[in-house]
Ligand binder design. Sequence first.
Ligand code: MSP
Length: 511
Amino acid sequence: MADFFYQTTPIYYVNDRPHLGTAYTTVVADAFARWHRIIGDETFLLTGTDEHGLKIARAAEERGKSPIAWADEASAWFVDAWSALEITNDDFIRTTQERHRRSVQQFMQAIYDNGYIYKGEWAGWYCVSCETYYSEEELEGDRLCPTHQRPVEWIVEENYFFALSQFTDRLLEWYEANPEVVLPESRRNEALGFIRQGLRDISVTRTSFDWGIRVPWDEEHVVYVWYDALINYATVAGYGSDAELFARMWPGVHHLVGKDILRFHAVWWPAMCMAAGILPPQQIVAHGWLLVGGEKMSKTRANQIEPVALAEEVGVEALRYHLLRDVTLGNDGDFTFEGLIGRYNADLANNLGNLLSRVSTVVSSKCGGIGPAPRDASATAMATISGEVIAEVRRAWQRAAPQEALEATWRLVRETNAALEIAEPWRHDPGPEVDAVLGDALEVLRIVAILAAPAMPETAAEIFSRIGLEGRPDAPGRGALAGGELAWGGYPGGCSVIRGEPLFPRRKAQG
Ligand code: MSP
């Protein structure tokens, strides 16, 4: 067992600005990492940029820049966007870094030395946008790439091949032995389907251009960009440079990827690890696409939504919440501005915002602004509901289902609002009855702040401080199973509760 929960995002191509699709992946990975920190796992979140290959060389050329000058510029867009979206990555890898060159060369050499790379000739239809070859049958229309609907190019090269076909049985055994290695199940079945169809060896070096990492035993060749890119996950874990770190981080790696790159992560990459003599990754979670008007967002279709501008308009945490709450992880989701505002008004303004504001108002008018303690777990139905919700949230994150975790959390918010409407503490004279109801509601707010923190960390922190609690709800280990605070009864009572501005003022939908 590795010591770390090591979460990764794909590394993004620097031919394109960050858009809502890439932001979606990154926010989900960030939420996974944040949840694991909360439950006390030693967590490491990695993201970065994929900077080699023909596509990037051409993007630079079109702009009259050297590939590295272009990559420096474009990689910074991602660093800035992820910081604006509150992404807590512990490292940011660029495949042009020296640490990565060393690691790729060692990884390749290990596979070569183990006898799984051989020299051959390759000719095929190549899509530069995908940086991948397609067989004649996979092409659409007039020899168009099935993903980009763009003409493919016929490329003939002498290069080195990875003997992927030799890994069919080992991959099938690995899937068999690890039922949750790919989540959700629909994506696992898809990956198994690729393997069962039969695997062909893949060409893993190029000689037609040189924007890449040199093959260590043959300087004429550069490493194929996908092979180069996948190894980034090992580079950062200390592969070939820090054996001690590697032993702690590997194979506890959890990849989050879009369905478009499932095959690379769930078939090629585990086989590459096996071939290099390291263990394959612990888990691959694959999500669907975020669509706009039913189509995938992409540069080619020019239908991208700029995530930082959107976050500035609606609030970064509202955007994060919507992405996590309204896309069922694994399926495609359709993004609309109206959907975002609808969710904001329903869950954030009306439910959560309303709960906090009515509780703080009544604590101020009936309890002199001092929050009372909750009832004993045995004396309140809210404790039972909280217990169920906490268990459900734990299971949901475990199954890589953020939408279920948030849905359960908001069930608790709604039930608490409903309980307040029945008890109507604002109509009664101060006294033990009013204190009990408000103490329970404050305790729910404490629990909800911890459960909502992976999606909305700063909102959660604000709730903590308004109800008079010290520290952050997402302090590492606060939600640990043993000795953590995700159980009824943690709100101590006697805290100063602040009546503040509404957390989420209602918004009108507009285009
Ligand atoms: N560079 C490769 C990945 C190498 S990982 C070793 C790559 N990059 S990419 O920039 O084209 O896209 C990476 C990821 O961005 C996709 O797998 C997916 O996770 C995400 N998305 C890109 N467009 C998206 C949507 N429209 N919707 C959801 N995710 C999207 O592939």
